[in-house]
Design a protein around this ligand. Sequence first.
Ligand SMILES: *Cc1c(COP(=O)(O)O)cnc(C)c1O
Ligand SMILES: [Zn+2]
Length: 430
Amino acid sequence: MQSTIQPSILHAESETPKFTIECVRCHSLYQTDELVCKNDNGLLRTSYTSRHLHMHDLPGIGKFLDWLPVTAQINTPASPVTYKSTGLARELGLTNLYIGFNGYWPEQGAHIQTCSFKELEAYPTLQLMQESGNNKIVLASAGNTGRAFAHAAVGTDIDVYIVVPESGMSKMWLPEEPTDNIHLISMADTCDYADAIQMAGKIANLPGMRSEGGVRNVARRDGMGTVMLDAAVTMGRMPDHYFQAIGSGTGGIAAWEASLRLRADGRYGETLPRLHLIQNLPFAPILNAWQHSRRDIVEEIDMPDPKKLIDRMYADVLSNRHPPYSMPGGVYDALTDTNGAMYGISTQEARQAKTLFERSEGIDIVAPAAVGVAGLVQAVQEDALNKDDFILLNITGGGVERLKEDFTLHHLQPEFKLDSQDIDIELIVR
Ligand SMILES: *Cc1c(COP(=O)(O)O)cnc(C)c1O
Ligand SMILES: [Zn+2]
């Protein structure tokens, strides 16, 4: 009977959009490049026509194309890699500990050359931008995001403008020669990340320019969500627990959303993985608000004197003064829906965890990832887990030292160095 379907019907079927974008709260539909619900400020979320995750036979995140908000194939070797731990698992007495490794470790099949999971956001984002007719984008970054977007843009015809505070400049390297569509703007050391965000906002208002949208960009979240997808496919089920160090918590939201899709798929289990999200003390506004059962972050209570607190962090990449916590579909909702837990980790605990991980797993990891490992250690010490539970530890970045054995790092040079907001921005973008 299948073969008697009229060609016109087949045609109509192929016209069905692969996905729609809708508000998590009121379910209003939006265009693919819109970023916020006008009714209730809710996050917009992708709804995919394909309820089942069909894997494509490709090396990188392109294998998850069914659940990425782009149409054309994505060509990159970058992908999360999930493997079952033996070393760290033995140290912690766990029997089903899986590592989601996001970095460079070719012996383990990991080829994220900018060494953090931000690269998983960058490829789908640039492609979505292109597919929706935008080829100039601007973002502010304290380091890892800028590096990831620069790398993903090398050799493309998308102009990427990256505004970086001076403190993030040392993180702005690439494993290849940069191309001239990558524009770096640095802010003098009298300016901080908040100034970089403000400058990026001004540039975004220029004609033809788009802001990449941060947490509100579905391509970023669904790109990060592939860590959960890869784990579920590897384990043949969703994990019971998901551990990740957070600053904004975007990765936590992404993991939750991916698990909602996996639950709807039906083949990966019914119970959503419990989110265990970890902040780096002393700057931990999400932890503080969550511990007081508040949906809102109160600046005076949860992050008094932020500059001073951020200066004392071990992993300053994890500082975010305006995390997407309260809005519909944000971190508060993700934690609530998954019966989640928050942790606070000191510098000393993070350092010890870094050594423990590197010794037991045999690969270097970045400071924020060590904060995540320390969160798992704390959960084990507090008996928050059963030893046979299926656990996914998101190693959000690693393999920088390993990468240096194979690649020469090229440091990006700024086209402009700004020492205030006070500049004719038309000069920057010509
Ligand atoms: C951005 C980043 C994080 C935090 O991610 P969010 O989910 O956005 O808070 C953790 N680790 C590394 C290496 C990062 O670059
Ligand atoms: Zn809405």
